[in-house]
Design a protein around this ligand. Sequence first.
Ligand code: ZN
Length: 184
Amino acid sequence: MSSDRLVKGNQSFTSKILEQDPIFFENLKTGQSPEYFVISCSDSRVSPSVISESPLGTMFVHRNIANQVRENDESLTSSLYYALAHLKVKKVIIKGHTECGGVAAAKAGNEEPYLKSWIGGIKEGFTNQGHSTEDDLNELVKANVKAQVEQMRQHPVYKEYGKDTEVEGYLFHLGSGKLEKLDV
Ligand SMILES: [Zn+2]
C-alpha cells in the first residue's frame, strides 16, 4: 500500500462523513468518551471498529498478537488504567478471531527468538483452560479468549478500577465476517 493510497482513502473517508455531519471532526476535538475498551488481535483482517461499524470516538483499543491480557505488559496495563480510571468505559471487550496466527503458532510451538516468549504465554492461556496443542485451532482460539477474560478479571488494575465494568468475550469469524458473543 503506497502512502498515496492512504491519503486518497482518507480523503474519501472524510468527505463521506462530512456529507452526513459537517461538524463531525470539529466535535472530535472536544474529547473522547468511548463506551468500550477493546483488546483485539493485531491481525490486519479483524479491525474492531471496521467489523462493528463503530464510529470514531466509540472504542478505546489495545491490540497485540492474539489479544493477550498480561499483568507484566506495561502497554496493556497503562491503557487499561486510562480506560477505566479516566475514560470510565462501560465495557471491556476481549475479541479473538478464527484462524488466529498467534494461537496457531502456540499450537505449532514456534521457537523464533522474538516471538517465543509471547507465544509461550498464549499456550499457557489455553492450557490453563484444559486444552492442549492437539486440539482444533478454533477450539484453542475460543479457549484463548476465555483465558484472557479470566486474566482481565484477575488483573490488579481491573480489580481496583473496574468493579462496575463488565468484561465480555467475542469471536470474529473470518470465513463469514460474523461477530459471535461468547459465553464467558
Ligand atoms: Zn490473531
